[in-house]
Write a protein that binds this ligand. Structure first.
Ligand SMILES: [Zn+2]
Length: 433
């Protein structure tokens, strides 16, 4: 496998600078192969992709927009029928089982063939190179582990090779359900130059070390799972010493996009993932407009995910990136679709990262969550940052102006915030949408 990996990694170093038309054609070739495979081998897709079949039997992608969008609840119900019966494992590699939380928190099991994992790992390795990280150096990983054995505190687990470019590098893993103090103790035993964790967890570590001299610092911190909120990069750089580098991925579809080395936005991993941004009606949005993120994973033939609505809202940017890479740009990932705030007059609003920045200026806090509890009532739940005073009236007036004139916003002080499946902290939650 390693020779395949090296060749693929070298190829990615070229495709990232390919003229866009050539990159699109390269991607369409992969989509056609996946469609052919899914129609032939997955009962779920046998009829679903019929609109792509030309009269001569070949695959024609011009009617791609008519392929039904795959929803999370469909996956929860039909994941077994989505899986392919026949796989050429000599070409695609062995299949491993993965588990994630489906809609409503129900677990779904799906297969991933090793070639897809190789592609995702190449995307991680390319990202590391973009940002000057060396795959041969050790990495510590703090996340939620769903498959047994879960690496609990105090031992955690040791494995090898976070990048296939350096299969011997040490990788230390600990389940993130350990307390922050336990995490700090565990990290101070391993002292790795790199950390991979959720950005809210990195911030929690940073705050916990606020007054003490840090027992360790990191060169780079890879951020997974959640949107990076304003203030996170600065805090992490100051308290943990390293640059926060964003990875946009999902458990089901692997790598979606990775952070540009020059600008804090994301480049789509077009060589392995097709990303579409669509409006409410399922059609493409105009440039600069927010829309739902649909993902097609191009190398997972074991359980194909085609036009999968991963439940996020993002904004694409059509302008070329100053770094010279031609990979499409996502300027912002705004978070979960279900977090739209709705009002009695039918208006909807997605609170954005800029709302968060402003809100923090009224209520200094370590962590916060803005919850719409009723049409007219919003709670700004926060974990206080020391005893600094808050400006409740300023917060109230700001939310009226930015979100909706009907809302009353109240600060609610809490000891901790509840997290969703996977340990994610949703910054904006509506109990109405
Ligand atoms: Zn760039």
């Amino acid at each position: 496998m390693n020779e395949v990996f090296q060749r693929y990694l070298a190829a990615l170093g070229k495709t990232e600078f390919m003229p866009r038309a050539a990159l699109d054609e390269y991607q369409r070739g992969l989509v056609r192969q996946l469609v052919t495979h899914a129609r032939a081998n997955s009962p779920f897709y046998a009829e679903r992709l019929n609109c792509l079949v030309a009269p001569d039997g070949s695959i024609d992608l011009r009617r791609w927009n008519e392929v039904p969008i795959l929803t999370r609840s469909e996956v929860t119900q039909s994941v077994e029928r989505m899986s392919a019966a026949n796989l050429d494992q000599s070409r695609l590699g062995p299949v491993s089982e993965h588990k994630t939380s489906g809609s409503g928190g129900e677990a779904i099991m799906f297969g991933v063939n090793a070639l897809a994992k190789l592609a995702y790992n190449a995307a991680l390795t390319r990202l590391a190179r973009w940002h000057g990280a060396d795959p041969a150096k050790p990495l510590a990983q703090l996340r939620i582990y769903r498959m047994d054995p879960v690496p609990h505190y105090p031992e955690g687990q040791v494995s090898r090779g976070w990048s296939q470019a350096a299969p011997d590098a040490a990788v230390y893993g600990l389940d993130m359900r350990a307390t922050v103090d336990q995490q700090i103790e565990w990290l101070s035993r391993h002292k790795t130059p790199y950390l991979m964790t959720l950005p809210s967890n990195a911030m929690a570590l940073g705050y916990a070390m606020a007054d003490a001299a840090a027992p360790f610092t990191f060169e780079k911190i890879f951020s997974i799972s959640e949107t990076i909120l304003p203030g996170a990069r600065e805090l992490v750089a100051e308290k943990l010493g390293g640059k926060l580098i964003g990875i946009y991925s999902t458990e089901e579809t692997g790598y979606v996009a990775t952070e540009c080395p020059l600008t804090p936005h994301y480049h789509v991993c077009s060589e392995m993932t097709l990303v579409e941004i669509v409006g409410e009606n399922g059609g493409p949005v105009s440039a600069g407009e927010a829309g739902r993120v649909l993902v097609t994973s191009l190398y997972n033939y074991a359980t194909p995910f085609i036009r999968y609505d991963i439940g996020d809202v993002a904004i694409a940017d059509e302008r070329p990136c100053s770094c010279g890479r031609t990979l499409p740009v996502l300027s912002q990932v705004l978070g979960r679709t279900r977090n739209a705030f709705v009002f009695r007059d039918g208006k909807r609003a997605w609170p954005r990262v800029w709302n968060a920045t402003a809100m923090r200026s009224f209520v200094p806090c370590k962590e916060f969550q803005v919850v719409q509890v009723d049409y007219e009532r919003i709670e700004f739940r926060y974990v206080p940052d020391g005893e600094r005073s808050i400006d409740a009236e300023g917060l109230r007036a700001y939310a009226k102006q930015q979100l909706h004139p009907s809302v009353e916003t109240v600060p609610v002080r809490v000891d901790s915030l509840s997290r969703g499946p996977g340990g994610k902290l949703d910054p904006f939650v509506s109990n109405l949408s």
